[in-house]
Design a protein. Structure first.
Length: 139
């Protein structure tokens, strides 16, 4: 990975990493940013969900929750959707989310005669109303 260091006198130094996708700086895909002068921690944000990767993660998560093979999970459909907030309209108990329209995908999966709904955007995947609760899916 290449690196681009933009430091100007009197400002914090920031380090950005290039993505492997095109070799160009694309901070919306992979971004590492930190302040050297203030000894702030380094955080890496990987915002790489696509419709395909979100469906795959949802399928694997549902299979794990139901204790079945991922091949037994059927995909009923994936539709583009706008959600009412940054939690995709599926906040976990006690979670507060920014109230702004968020574009993403509604993923309908089925197994064992039941239908399950996942919601995703490029930042995260959520399981909606599974056994009465919403869940954030870890990558």
């Amino acid at each position: 990975m290449g690196q681009w260091d933009s430091s100007e006198p009197g400002t914090d130094e920031r380090l950005f990493q290039e993505t492997q996708i095109s070799g160009m700086l694309e901070p919306e895909h992979s971004l590492t940013c930190f302040r050297r002068k203030s000894k702030m921690n380094t955080y890496t944000i990987d915002m790489s969900f696509t419709k395909i990767s979100a469906v795959e993660l949802a399928r694997n998560d549902l299979a794990q929750r139901l204790k079945i093979k991922s091949g037994e999970v059927r995909e009923f459909g994936v539709t583009d959707r706008e959600f009412p907030d940054m939690a995709l309209g599926a906040p976990e108990k006690g979670e507060m989310a920014a109230q702004m329209i968020s574009s993403g995908w509604q993923i309908k999966l089925g197994a064992g005669g039941k239908t399950y709904e996942y919601r995703a955007d490029k930042y995260h995947v959520r399981l909606h109303n599974f056994k009465g609760a919403n869940h954030v899916i870890e990558n």
